[in-house]
Design a protein around this ligand. Structure first.
Ligand SMILES: NC(=O)c1ccc[n+]([C@@H]2O[C@H](COP(=O)([O-])OP(=O)(O)OC[C@H]3O[C@@H](n4cnc5c(N)ncnc54)[C@H](O)[C@@H]3O)[C@@H](O)[C@H]2O)c1
Length: 342
């Protein structure tokens, strides 16, 4: 099996924390050819650790490198469209970080560029590769709780460092927590429950926020095409009893799924899914090493590029998540339910 020559675009924190270690653990799938960052200092700092064959400060130069087959794009959100489209036009497959883009125009252009190129453009919404979320998906597909009719998904983190970077500058990030981590949960809700058709949300800054123009905390009600309803609760500055908390409860006509999940940064956290049927019949499924979702995502990307199966999380999924995110922002302003036509 030929290894894929990989080019890393953006010497980012997420690359260093998650994708880099994942890539090095997949040495049968990938060979690190090049790294590129517009900031030479960041490029050299990270490349001195990673030892790529070549270093670039201009994307065009990395795209001219014939040994680069695929690009992992971890630039900030405002850069995703222009850089990803350039990669596709140069014949490179792309795994692009979330969220897809800031505007629907950019997201549409990415969908079109992927279609025209015939190449793989996969969105890095890695919860789809978290074994615990995959088990929940399998249980729902097997009708384990009958017809699911409510879902409540909660992500409360206490992350004051979000104010230190571009993540809270709306012109680069697209907004606050909704445009950042919440996109994972919009995608998860769609994947587990089917299409979202209308939303009604409210967002507030944290009382001590230095950026009161963006939301740190949001609450959103959702309706699904199936008739089910949901509630999405997110916060960057919410201390909870269990620290950084991610949890989900899905109730159906025959049973219930409750899960305590762990952030992907946790190497040792245990994720537990409780399946309760017939009132009190309980099964517990336990998963370790939540960070392995990044390895499994990169493995999955390599399989897609080799044509072994269709793309798991498509550019259309990324576009749809942005559309729903924008409808939630619209409902913040209108204080009404907003439809999200398909
Ligand atoms: N999947 C996840 O759970 C997850 C978690 C964190 C971040 N992210 C996403 O990853 C991306 C990166 O986030 P981060 O906080 O790690 O970024 P970062 O700020 O740490 O790094 C971004 C790097 O990109 C470089 N850069 C900017 N524009 C560029 C361009 N046009 N060409 C080349 N390099 C360029 C910057 O110089 C910087 O070194 C974002 O899209 C973010 O939303 C995803």
């Amino acid at each position: 099996m030929k290894k894929l020559g990989i080019g890393l675009l953006g010497c980012s924190v997420i690359l260093h924390k998650a994708h880099g270690p994942a890539m090095f653990s997949l040495s049968d799938d990938y060979e690190l050819i090049a790294m590129c960052d517009i900031d030479p200092q960041r490029l050299n700092q990270m490349a001195d650790d990673y030892h790529p064959k070549r270093r670039y400060t201009a994307l065009a130069d990395m795209l001219a490198d014939p040994e680069v087959d695929v690009i992992l794009n971890t630039t900030p959100t405002s850069e995703h469209a222009a850089t990803t489209i350039a990669c596709l036009k140069a014949g490179k497959h792309v795994l692009c970080e979330k969220p897809i883009a800031i505007t629907m125009e950019d997201a549409d252009a990415m969908v079109e560029a992927a279609r025209q190129s015939g190449l793989v453009l996969q969105m890095a919404l890695q919860s789809r590769h978290n074994l615990a979320w995959k088990k929940i998906h399998e249980l729902l597909q097997q009708n384990a709780i009958g017809t699911p009719h409510t879902i409540t998904l909660t992500q409360y983190w206490n992350e004051p460092t979000v104010y230190d970077n571009w993540r809270t500058t709306a012109s680069v990030s697209g907004g606050g927590i909704l445009a950042d981590s919440c996109v994972h949960w919009i995608d998860m809700m769609r994947w587990q429950m089917g299409e979202i058709t209308s939303v009604c949300g409210i967002g507030i800054p944290s009382p001590d926020s230095p950026r009161p123009e963006i939301e740190d905390t949001s609450l959103t009600l959702l309706r699904f095409a199936s008739g089910a309803i949901g509630c999405l609760r997110n916060g960057w500055r919410n201390q909870t009893l269990s620290g950084n908390a991610e949890s989900v409860e899905i109730n159906g006509t025959k049973g219930s799924i409750r899960a305590e999940l762990r952030t992907p940064w946790s190497n040792s956290g245990v994720q537990e899914i409780h399946l309760i049927t017939n009132g009190d019949d309980e099964h517990v499924f336990t998963y370790h090493s939540p960070h392995l979702r990044f390895r499994d995502q990169l493995k999955d990307f390599a399989e897609c590029v080799r044509g072994e199966h269709p793309v798991t999380c498509t550019v259309e999924d990324g576009r749809r998540a942005l559309k729903i995110q924008q409808a939630i922002y619209a409902s913040f302003d209108s204080r009404r339910w907003e439809d999200v036509p398909c």
